[in-house]
Ligand binder design. Structure first.
Ligand SMILES: *Cc1c(COP(=O)(O)O)cnc(C)c1O
Length: 423
């Protein structure tokens, strides 16, 4: 037996790719700056309004709570008790999803192509299990950091590059010049992450833009990973809510959906992935295989399903009362977004987003960098937002505000920003 090297007494080897991760910079840095400000200004702590969070603030809809309570009672009776459920989710939920979210909009998605999970964040990460190494992966810039960091962990990238980003990932800039829709690349890519309505820019995709991506994917045999966590916030019924509204997408796209934002399930946890049977990927010999079977295998092996109680709560989202209550939640946040948009625009700030998404993407006034503007808002208005540069290089010069807050906080934050901007 070989002795282990002396200078390395630890037995287990770690995943070296984790060491490439830049140390979760954004939110810790925000916390550090807020902490330092409070220390220097005791008493300011209660005044601070956080418009940086991507978490909902309104309580769970009554229809969902009632469904949960009655599901708890089901578990208390021998006749209706449930143990392990199907790894893919209960039929009662998958059927409702297929009907209401897809078939009602003309998308040919069936219940057995829907995989219920405990979150879109995990699904976006777990999908890499069924994809091999060596794929040319593209993300937008700015980007929801989960897509990038999970590719780093999986070993699909090189080290962190100078000036931001990782080697080996293709970044597609989202700017006001391109209307926050990435230019369709000319080079070949294998996997492309898209998120519409977008976090962080708040932009929504036109049908034409999604159709261009589907055409690209079909031409280059690329896989689109479409994150539609904010679809419920789309206000114009003519805009697509699902990638499957584009003909042909059912052969090249996987879609991620979540109950977190439309029904306030960020703490309750329920989401789903749509993997149509026609979506293929190639093996080492170039033979095509359907990802549906592999994803099913992955879920059955590594996952034991979402709790029965939570799936009953998610099912209630599709009841007449549940739909009405979720519409009310979305309308509440979108009214916050409208107020923020109108008042900040009137104060002379250039605002993007916030029409079909609960995020506003501000241009920082003058030459202020994202972090300069963060400090100005914190010190001058006691308002905390998120610097655009934290979502990627192309986010420099932008600033994200979230509409997830109470009306009172939103109005007070606006008053303070107006006063600060006028000064
Ligand atoms: C909030 C959010 C999700 C949802 O994640 P869950 O794990 O389902 O709560 C997914 N994608 C984006 C971009 C989000 O902002």
């Amino acid at each position: 037996m070989h002795a282990r090297p002396e200078r390395n007494p630890a037995i287990a080897r770690l995943n070296d790719h984790f060491l490439k991760l830049s140390a979760g910079y954004l939110f810790p840095e925000i916390g550090r700056r807020v902490g330092a400000f409070i220390e220097a200004n005791p008493g300011a702590a209660e005044r601070i309004i956080k418009l940086g969070i991507g978490d909902v603030t309104e309580p769970l809809p009554a229809a969902c709570r009632e469904a949960m309570k009655s599901a708890v009672d089901d578990l208390g009776e021998k006749a209706s008790f449930r143990g392990y459920g199907p790894e893919q989710g209960y039929g009662f939920l998958r059927e409702k999803i297929a009907e209401h979210d897809f078939q009602s909009r003309g998308c040919d998605v069936s219940a057995d192509e829907i995989f219920v999970s405990d979150g879109s964040k995990c699904d976006c990460a777990n999908i890499l299990d069924v994809l091999g190494s060596g794929n040319r992966v593209a993300v937008t810039d700015p980007v929801y950091p989960v897509y990038v960091d999970t590719n780093v962990m999986a070993g699909n990238t090189g080290p962190a590059a100078h000036g931001g980003g990782y080697e080996g990932i293709t970044y597609l800039p989202l700017t006001k010049e391109n209307g926050f829709e990435a230019e369709i690349p000319t080079q070949r890519l294998d996997v492309v992450y898209l998120c519409f309505p977008n976090n962080p820019t708040g932009a929504v995709a036109s049908r034409k833009h999604l159709a261009a991506w589907v055409a690209y994917a079909k031409e280059h045999d690329a896989l689109l990973l479409f994150d539609a966590a904010y679809e419920a916030f789309v206000q114009d019924d003519a805009l697509p809510r699902s990638i499957y509204e584009i003909p042909g997408a059912d052969t090249c796209a996987i879609e991620f959906r979540s109950f977190s934002k439309n029904a306030g399930f960020t703490g309750t946890r329920c989401a789903f992935t749509v993997c149509p049977r026609g979506v293929m990927a190639t093996d080492a010999d170039g033979r095509k295989h359907a990802l549906h079977g592999l994803w099913n295998r992955r879920q059955s092996t590594k996952f034991n399903g979402v709790s029965y109680v939570v799936q009953r709560a998610a099912e209630a989202v599709y009841s007449p009362e549940g739909r009405e209550q979720c519409r009310g939640l979305v309308a509440f946040y979108m009214e916050n977004a409208r107020i923020l948009r109108e008042k900040l625009s009137a104060a002379g700030i250039a605002v993007h987003g916030g029409v079909h998404a609960p995020y506003l993407w501000l241009e920082t006034p003058g030459d202020a960098s994202s972090w300069d503007y963060f400090d100005r808002l914190l010190h001058g208005a006691h308002v905390v937002g998120t610097p655009g540069a934290g979502f990627g290089r192309a986010g420099e010069g932008y600033f994200r505000l979230s509409a997830f807050n109470s009306r009172e906080n939103v109005e007070e934050a606006i008053r303070r920003i107006e006063t600060m901007t006028a000064a």
